[in-house]
Design a protein around this ligand. Structure first.
Ligand code: ADP
Ligand code: TYD
Length: 209
């Protein structure tokens, strides 16, 4: 496959690890190279999914059970896939998503609860699409949590689960990088923004045929 057929890249990692920053910088690099690039995010990325996002990221941490979260994230993802991701790929665009199905595998499948089989079943029923390339940004959760909470975004429901939760997430993402090593690249996020960006651009260019 060449990138002209539409290439699907995702960014994953714990809260505050720099995914949004790096997704935006990679989109700028690819745009400059003349690739039509769509930058999107989860939960969200389409009007319907953005409405579901507000239900998920705001409010009391105990608002939803892990099972209900899986259903809400999957509903949002299905809309995002139908309305944004698949039409863009079909038009030959490069899609960069800030989070996708790996977040559900790790947040709901490992850290919130031990529900990975349920996550996998729902994924194959309703989504059935993997990214071509996934950057997992790895870093010390204590450091990342300080960055994330400093933003004061009002979308801190998951940050409020605390440090031990973020440590479980980190372990979950590292295990996933090993499990799905054909498409996942682990990136050290505890470096200055420009160094992380250069590393990612270099690795992305190696896949660019
Ligand atoms: P995420 O999308 O993973 O939650 P963001 O990209 O929103 O992370 O970054 C969280 C905060 O940390 C932002 O204020 C951002 O400017 C800052 N930040 C991102 N990457 C770095 C870095 N490598 N070093 C220092 N600060 C960073
Ligand atoms: P996001 O806005 O990317 O948060 P952050 O910028 O802090 O990394 O995502 C919102 C929260 O939703 C985040 O804490 C991770 C969580 N999440 C899940 O638990 N499961 C999922 O499937 C997705 C996509 C996100």
């Amino acid at each position: 496959m060449t990138w002209k057929d539409g290439f699907f890249i995702t960014f994953e990692g714990i809260d505050g690890s720099g995914k949004s920053t790096q997704a935006r910088l990679l989109a700028e690099v690819l745009d400059k190279q003349g690739l039509a690039t769509v930058l999107t995010r989860e939960p969200g990325g389409s009007p319907g999914a953005e409405e579901i996002r507000a239900l998920l990221v705001e409010g009391d941490p105990a608002r939803w059970s892990p099972e209900t979260e899986i259903l809400l994230f999957t509903a949002a993802r299905r809309d995002h896939l139908e309305k944004t991701i698949l039409p863009s790929l079909a038009a030959g665009k490069t899609v960069i998503s800030d989070r996708f199905a790996d977040s559900t595998r790790v947040y709901q499948g490992v850290a919130r609860a031990d529900l990975r089989p349920m996550v996998d079943q729902l994924h194959s029923l309703m989504i059935g699409r993997e990214p071509d390339l996934t950057f997992i940004i790895d870093m010390d959760p204590e450091h990342a949590l300080r960055r994330g909470l400093a933003r004061n975004s009002g979308e801190d429901r998951f940050e409020e689960f605390g440090l031990a939760f973020q440590q479980n997430l980190r372990a979950g993402f590292r295990a996933l990088a090993t499990e799905q090593k054909d498409r996942c690249v682990l990136i050290d996020g505890d470096r200055p923004i420009e160094l992380v960006a250069a590393d990612i651009a270099h690795r992305a260019s190696r896949v660019h045929k």
